[in-house]
Design a protein around this ligand. Structure first.
Ligand SMILES: NC(=O)c1ccc[n+]([C@@H]2O[C@H](COP(=O)([O-])OP(=O)(O)OC[C@H]3O[C@@H](n4cnc5c(N)ncnc54)[C@H](O)[C@@H]3O)[C@@H](O)[C@H]2O)c1
Length: 255
């Protein structure tokens, strides 16, 4: 029997306040992570609640509030992590946003915003974490892409493009960081029941929602917990020879 253990590990995760990020964070604590730095635009109640839950599971916590598309947020969170626990072993680049648009209605500003939050943040996280991980002799990075990064999706031009960029960055980083014992993979979730999907579906009729879900071979949305389990696999030694991979968590949806 193999135990999935993150005992002694220092983890940094972005977009932790809710949804998939919150679930992944709790999984890291359940697996025994020593310390977890949670980064999000949101502070306040959601983060206080998360901190209490993580501490109850035995992990120490740093709450870092800020915008992940800004270098200073990422550098600050990484420094706080290494100062407190002496290493950064696992980075989960999860924060992201989505807006329903098309080429007619979107704007240059929205393009810049979504590319900054979804793609620039992943570049920044990997750039600054790689320096620390190289120095300490290794580490693990898990990025959150999307099925939209493979198919183009139907959320909007910038969302699919940002998530395709995450896939390219993941592969580039895996190839160039492998020699430093740094593994890099991405998750590509399908339709997962979080606030993001609630917002995306809020203007659709019941019929339209049913039609969307009927395109999923497994016939249902995924739970954030199901993405978190895949994240735990990628973050742990269970995936010790997996790098440069895109793990689809889509209930067999492929288009
Ligand atoms: N829900 C899905 O169906 C789905 C599918 C594929 C990919 N994803 C991806 O999974 C990730 C998590 O999505 P979710 O569904 O949990 O979304 P969510 O909206 O429930 O949570 C996203 C979190 O990111 C935080 N965040 C947003 N912008 C930020 C910024 N600039 N700086 C710091 N934090 C920021 C939010 O405050 C929030 O806590 C995203 O990258 C998303 O694109 C989600």
């Amino acid at each position: 029997m193999y135990n999935i253990s993150l005992k002694g590990k220092a983890v940094l995760i972005t977009g932790a306040a809710q949804g998939i990020g919150r679930c992944i964070t709790l999984k890291m604590a359940e697996a025994g992570a020593k310390g977890i730095t949670v980064v999000d635009l949101q502070g306040g109640k959601p983060m206080e609640r998360l901190q209490k839950e993580l501490e109850a599971l035995g992990s120490e916590v740093i709450v870092h509030t800020g915008d992940v598309s800004r270098g200073e947020t990422i550098k600050g969170a990484i420094s706080a992590t290494t100062e407190r626990w002496g290493s950064l072993d696992i980075l989960i680049n999860n924060a992201g946003i989505a807006r329903r648009t098309d080429l007619f209605t979107t704007t240059e500003e929205l393009w810049d915003l979504i590319i900054a939050v979804n793609l620039r943040s992943v570049f920044l996280g990997m750039k600054y974490a790689a320096e620390v991980m190289k120095e300490q002799g290794g580490g693990v990075i898990v990025n959150t892409s999307s099925i939209a990064g493979v198919t183009g999706g139907n959320t909007g031009p910038e969302y699919g493009a940002s998530k395709a960029g995450v896939i390219a960055l993941t592969k580039f980083a895996a190839k160039t960081l492998g020699k430093y014992n740094i593994r890099v993979n991405a998750l590509a979730p399908g339709t997962i029941g979080t606030e993001m999907i609630k917002n995306a579906y809020k203007d659709l009729s019941e019929e339209a929602v049913k039609e969307r879900l009927s395109t999923i071979p497994m016939g249902r949305m995924g739970e954030p917990e199901e993405v978190a389990k895949a994240a735990l696999f990628l973050a742990s030694d269970l995936s010790s020879y997996v790098s440069g991979d895109i793990v689809m968590v889509t209930g067999a949806r492929m288009s």
